[in-house]
Design a protein around this ligand. Structure first.
Ligand SMILES: Nc1ncnc2c1ncn2[C@@H]1O[C@H](COP(=O)(O)OP(=O)(O)O)[C@@H](O)[C@H]1O
Ligand SMILES: [Mg+2]
Length: 258
C-alpha cells in the first residue's frame, strides 16, 4: 500500500518571545500512513497531536525533520487542494446558515454554482443537517456545529482527510454516526487521519494507530498487530494505551513505522 503521509525525524520546539526554547511539542517523530486506511493518532491532552497535524497541513513549520504529504510538501497548494481539514475548534460564521456555509466553501473550492448547490445538499444529507439547513450556525448545538464543520472539511471531496478530535461535543449517537461516516469514506477509497483522546470510539474503526506521549511516538502500527497480546488474545485499546503510557515512554510492541 502506498503511503499518503510520511514523517521523518519531525521535531517541533515552540520558542518564547526572545527565541528561547519553551516547549518541545514533538521529538523526532517518524510515522507513515498508508492510502485508504483510517489512522488514529492517540494521546493525552498536550501530547502534541494538534501540532503534528498542523505540520502535516503546512500550517506550522517543523523545527527539524521532514514531512511528505501526498508525495509533496505540506504547504504546496496542489497538495492542499486534495486535503480536507477539521480543526480542533469549530470556526464558522454564525450569521450564515448551514446551507450558505457549505455553498460559500464550495465556491471557495472553485466549484461552479450548480455543482456547489448539489454538493451542499449532498453533504447536508450526509451529516444529517438537512432539517437545519436554513438555520444560522450561531443557533446550533455543539454537536450540530461539529457536523457542519465536518461537512465543510468534505466540500472539496478530499482524498486525504485530517480530523482533529472529530467527536468533541458529540453525544454517543452523534459519535456513532461520525464513525459510520468515516467507514463510508474509507469505502470510497479516502484516507482518514484522525486524532483523539477518546479510545472507545477509535477502537472499532481504526485500521492502524500511533500513541503519542510528550511529543514522542511510543508505538505505531496496524491495530490487529498492536493489540495482539500474549498467546494471541486481543487486548483492549484502553489496556494497551495505559500500558504504553505507563511504560514511561519506552516503545511497546511494534516500533514507530517509518
Ligand atoms: N503555539 C504554541 N505556542 C507554545 N506552545 C504550544 C503552542 N501550541 C501548542 N503548544 C504546546 O505544545 C504541546 C502540545 O500541544 P498540542 O499539539 O496542542 O497537544 P494535543 O493536541 O495533543 O492536546 C503542549 O505542551 C502545548 O502547550
Ligand atoms: Mg489537540
Amino acid at each position: 500500500m502506498a503511503n499518503v503521509l510520511e514523517l521523518a525525524g519531525v521535531r517541533k520546539i515552540f520558542r518564547d518571545f526572545w527565541g528561547r526554547p519553551r516547549v518541545c511539542a514533538l521529538a523526532d517523530v517518524d510515522l507513515a500512513v498508508g492510502r485508504g486506511e483510517i489512522f488514529a493518532l492517540l494521546g493525552r491532552n498536550g501530547a502534541g497531536k494538534s501540532t503534528l497535524m498542523q505540520i502535516c497541513l503546512g500550517l506550522l513549520a517543523p523545527t527539524a525533520g521532514r514531512a511528505i504529504v501526498l508525495g509533496g510538501a505540506p504547504g504546496d497548494l496542489r497538495v492542499r487542494g486534495r486535503i480536507g481539514y477539521l480543526p480542533e475548534e469549530s470556526y464558522l460564521h454564525g450569521f450564515l446558515t448551514a446551507r450558505e456555509t457549505l455553498l460559500l466553501h464550495a465556491g471557495l473550492c472553485g466549484l461552479p454554482r450548480h455543482e456547489a448547490k448539489a454538493r451542499a445538499e449532498h453533504l447536508l444529507e450526509l451529516v444529517d443537517l438537512r432539517a437545519a439547513a436554513r438555520r444560522p450556525a450561531a443557533e446550533f448545538s455543539k454537536g450540530m456545529l461539529r457536523r457542519l464543520c465536518l461537512a465543510q472539511a468534505l466540500v472539496g471531496d478530499p482524498e486525504l482527510l485530517f480530523l482533529d478530535e472529530p467527536t468533541v461535543g458529540l453525544d454517543p449517537l452523534g459519535t456513532r454516526s461520525v464513525m459510520d461516516l468515516l467507514l463510508r469514506l474509507k469505502g470510497l477509497g479516502r484516507t482518514v487521519f484522525l486524532s483523539s483522546h477518546i479510545l472507545g470510539e477509535v477502537e472499532e474503526v481504526a485500521d492502524s494507530f500511533a500513541i503519542l506521549d510528550r511529543g514522542r511516538v511510543l508505538c505505531a502500527g496496524a491495530r490487529a498487530e498492536l493489540l495482539a497480546g500474549e498467546g494471541g488474545a486481543a487486548r483492549s485499546l484502553e489496556d494497551f494505551f495505559l500500558a504504553a503510557i505507563q511504560g514511561g515512554g519506552r516503545p511497546c510492541g511494534a516500533q514507530a513505522r517509518s
